[in-house]
Ligand binder design. Structure first.
Ligand SMILES: C[S@@+](CC[C@H](N)C(=O)[O-])C[C@H]1O[C@@H](n2cnc3c(N)ncnc32)[C@H](O)[C@@H]1O
Length: 380
């Protein structure tokens, strides 16, 4: 009997009628893996979104399959789907030597960014078995020749297969000798701040323009004024949350300007979390920032924050009602104490003000550039 792909859910990630928890690439990767007859202990899965690669393998009787997922939401979805289907036999890992040691078959859902692919390809070439085969797959419409070039930096043989069901597999083998230290994480010096980024982190080690506008508005790029007030207005020990922290630019800038604040940086991406920790260390504030891998700050208590800093992700698509940004507005409303402040920066065309007012509380525009708007919402 075939695997019941249709029973997989994306939850707690955004769900909608037009969004599925599996695609043809997952199915192709699973079919190819099962045909190769490699023991589960020698297989590592990277980028499994909701379990649609790992779970069919363990359902087929393989055990000891190692899996790395970047997103906290994906990890939770995989565990829930496994529990619903009564499946075990896989072990979660970070993107590290333990994930890959002795692995001879790597199944990869191609990531969105080339930097993320480069970091993964380097890790596989560096840590997996010398005869490892990496099978990477994606939807044809999202694939580019640059992906083959990136893979070719770490593998001597890279062969694109014929497309099937609008997906395509690329098979890479004969890993090249990984010389020297890994290229990631990368670091970049900015004014008063070093940013450190793993391949999968938003904006890399650059300072995003929206982030820069928010830092300037809050005077965190230079003088260190408290959000929404004059320098010195802020209570001595405020709890401030950088929600969806990426490389941690907002959290670290806040911590540098406010030595007494308790700063929490949280993101659903493991690459972001590792980057934010490294950024905190590079700026000498690692002991003053708590970095957590979580979905929409779910582990933070209700009404526990005095201020939230937010540069939200873009919506997944126009047909999705509850988008990724909305999810973070709701999270901010939940974790802020009454009277607490949410500072949001967004592309002005998105017009989030009405939604912020409805979900959080009275919202005013505090700054506007030709491209970005910064708002301040007071939790009602
Ligand atoms: C536009 S980036 C901003 C990153 C960083 N704050 C900055 O300003 O450079 C949005 C971030 O939100 C994170 N994110 C998206 N949905 C999330 C969720 N449900 N829970 C936690 N983080 C989330 C993304 O992983 C990404 O790092």
């Amino acid at each position: 009997m075939g695997f019941p792909y249709a029973r997989l859910r994306r939850w707690p990630d955004v769900e909608a009628e037009n969004l599925q928890a599996h695609d043809a690439t997952d199915v192709l990767l699973v079919e190819r893996a099962l045909a190769l007859d490699v023991p589960g202990e020698e297989i590592a899965v990277i980028g499994d979104e909701y379990g649609a690669i790992t779970l069919p393998l363990v359902a087929a009787g393989l055990t000891g399959v190692r899996v790395h997922q970047d997103l906290a939401t994906g990890r939770r979805a995989l565990d829930r789907n496994a529990a619903d289907l009564g499946l075990t036999g896989y072990a979660p890992h970070e993107l590290d030597a333990e994930l890959l040691a002795g692995a001879r078959l790597i199944l990869l859902q191609l990531p969105k960014s080339l930097a993320e692919l480069e970091e993964i390809a380097d890790a596989v070439a560096r840590w997996a078995a010398p005869d490892v085969v990496l099978i990477a797959g994606g939807r044809v419409k999202h694939m580019t020749l640059a992906q083959n070039e990136v893979l070719a930096r770490s593998f001597a043989v890279v062969q694109a297969q014929r497309s099937e069901r609008k997906s395509r597999l690329i098979v890479a083998s004969e890993p090249r000798d990984a010389a020297g230290e890994p290229r990631f994480p990368v670091a970049q010096q900015h004014v008063g701040l070093v940013l450190v980024a793993h391949g999968g982190a938003f904006a890399g080690a650059k300072l995003d323009i929206g982030t820069r506008v928010l830092l300037e508005t809050l005077d965190l790029d230079r003088s260190g004024a408290a959000p929404g007030g004059e320098p010195g207005d802020a209570p001595a020990a405020r709890t401030v949350v950088d929600l969806g922290c990426g490389t941690g630019a907002l959290a670290v800038s806040y911590a540098l300007a406010h030595p007494d604040a308790r700063v929490i940086a949280t993101d659903r991406s493991a690459a972001a979390v590792a980057s934010a920790r490294a950024t905190a260390a590079a700026n000498g504030v690692a002991d003053r920032i708590e970095v957590t891998h979580d979905d929409a700050a779910s582990e933070l208590p209700d009404q526990s924050a005095d201020a939230v800093l937010l540069n939200p992700p873009f919506h997944l698509g126009t047909s999705v009602h509850t988008g990724a940004a909305t999810r973070l507005f709701e999270a901010a409303a939940r974790i802020l104490r009454s009277g607490g402040e949410l500072f949001t920066v967004y592309n002005s065309s998105l017009g989030y003000r009405a939604e912020l007012t409805r979900l959080v509380g009275p919202t005013e525009q505090v700054h506007r550039t030709p491209k970005f708007t910064v708002t301040r919402s007071i939790r009602r």
